[in-house]
Design a protein around this ligand. Structure first.
Ligand SMILES: N[C@@H](CCC(=O)N[C@@H](CS)C(=O)NCC(=O)O)C(=O)O
Length: 253
């Protein structure tokens, strides 16, 4: 019995969703609406006391942390391997996953929370919002929500995130000019990870990621978008967040 608690196919939730689809593994999907704070409700806190998504339940085991969760999916289930056979490619896959999770992802997330999550969840009674923030278990998430809901990200921290995004897209473009995939010659969890962070980059960061400046990133995103597992996974989205993926449709020649 496999159950996945997730939000939209996007960022962290989309990583196990797409890995499971690539493996061809069925699961029970439990959709939590992040903007309605479903992830802080008592019923879900019994599954993941941190109140973050995704979480996966396989038998008696509760798994959190989307990147190691994808490695578990690849090891525990049949289906095409999603980690390269060679040690060198595995190292390169993990190098990039660490970079995505520790450096690129948090910067994209800060911009996303400031321009999208905050404004989308803000139109409620401030007292109700403060009570919702007080129920968040992790201090780091309480801080992120407070800044997003009350528009408190400083210009200095947003500028630093923009600088990091420009740097990250620059080195990713250089890498993909030399190799078709993140690990090198083999499609892997690294591509699933990067796609989830970056599928909307041409819309959210058009100055950093576009056909002229980063043609190899654009081609890589389009190749992943065209995979049947990606189409199947993004069809599970319920909001315009997931629908942004269609911007990767190739224009008729
Ligand atoms: N490192 C964790 C991060 C999980 C995480 O923070 N997820 C975000 C959504 S992408 C979340 O649950 N936010 C809920 C909240 O802040 O209330 C992972 O990769 O699974």
């Amino acid at each position: 019995m496999l159950t996945l608690y997730h939000w939209e196919p996007n960022a962290n939730s989309g990583k196990p969703m797409l890995a499971l689809a690539e493996k061809g593994v069925d699961y029970e999907s439990r959709y939590l609406d992040l903007l309605k704070f479903d992830q802080h409700q008592p019923e879900y806190l019994k599954i993941n006391a941190d109140g973050t998504i995704p979480a996966m339940v396989h038998g008696d085991l509760v798994l959190t942390e989307s990147t190691p969760m994808m490695e578990y999916v690849d090891e525990a289930f049949d289906g095409p391997p999603l980690r390269p056979a060679s040690s060198a490619e595995r190292w390169r896959m993990r190098w990039w996953m660490r970079f995505f999770d520790a450096y690129f992802g948090p910067s994209l997330s800060m911009i996303g929370w400031s321009v999208f999550v905050g404004p989308s969840a803000r139109n409620r009674d401030p007292a109700e919002l403060r009570a919702a923030i007080d129920r968040i278990p992790l201090e780091s998430r309480r801080i992120a929500w407070r800044k997003a809901l009350f528009n408190e990200f400083s210009e200095a921290e947003l500028a630093e995130s923009r600088r990091r995004i420009a740097f990250a897209t620059g080195i990713l473009e250089q890498h993909l000019a030399r190799h078709p995939w993140i690990a090198g010659e083999t499609f892997s969890l690294g591509d699933i990870n990067g796609f989830n962070l970056g599928f909307a980059l041409p819309m959210s960061q058009p100055q950093a990621c576009n056909d002229e400046k980063t043609p190899h990133i654009m081609e890589w995103l389009r190749r992943i978008y065209e995979r049947p597992a990606t189409k199947q996974t993004w069809a599970k989205g319920r909001t315009p967040i997931a629908q942004r993926v269609t911007m990767l449709e190739r224009k008729p020649a």
